[in-house]
Design a protein around this ligand. Structure first.
Ligand code: 4NP
Length: 161
């Protein structure tokens, strides 16, 4: 079976992208199609390399029945060869990824996660919750749930799953 490889990318890889990864993995498992996907997340920065997801993100997700795992790592140029879809959480990270991309086909793999959700304005971002209160983490979760649902629908459609 062909596997579709998806990577979610934020700045630190401890808040937003692990949330998107966990939510997407949850939706894929629920849909019974986990064998058809490889799912990962990474950060454009290396500040938090090796750390687990922020406990505030883990708590927000756990309260909705979603487990977050993994360890933070930096997105590398070689990752463009591995992933089919690279979903950026905000414009700064989208721009950083497009600059890192080795060629035009790689650049074309990069999109804003919220651009998958037709109820968001084009160019919408997943807001960075790191320096804010706990409600920011719930907002991130809700945004990821909406966009990841659309992402799964799009990929099941285009890949015939
Ligand atoms: P993330 O959040 O990009 O969603 O993982 C952040 C985590 C850490 C920092 C900024 C954003 N930081 O500046 O350390």
């Amino acid at each position: 079976m062909a596997v579709t490889r998806v990577c979610f990318v934020c700045l630190g890889n401890i808040c937003r992208s692990p949330t998107a990864e966990g939510v997407f993995r949850h939706l894929v498992d629920e849909a019974g199609v986990s064998a058809a996907f490889e799912i990962d997340s990474a950060g454009t920065a290396a500040y938090h390399e090796g750390e687990p997801p922020d406990r505030r993100s883990t708590a927000a997700a756990a309260s909705r029945g979603v487990h977050l795992g993994g360890r933070a790592r930096q997105f590398r140029r070689e990752d463009f060869a591995r992933f089919d879809h690279v979903l950026a959480m905000d414009q700064q990270n989208r721009d950083a990824l497009q600059q890192l991309a080795p060629d035009a086909p790689s650049r074309a793999k990069v999109r804003l996660l919220r651009d998958l959700d037709p109820s968001s304005e084009p160019g919408s971002e997943v807001p960075d919750p790191y320096y804010g209160g706990p409600q920011g983490f719930d907002i991130v979760f809700d945004i990821c749930m909406a966009a990841c649902g659309r992402l799964l629908a799009e990929l099941q459609d285009t890949d015939g799953r």
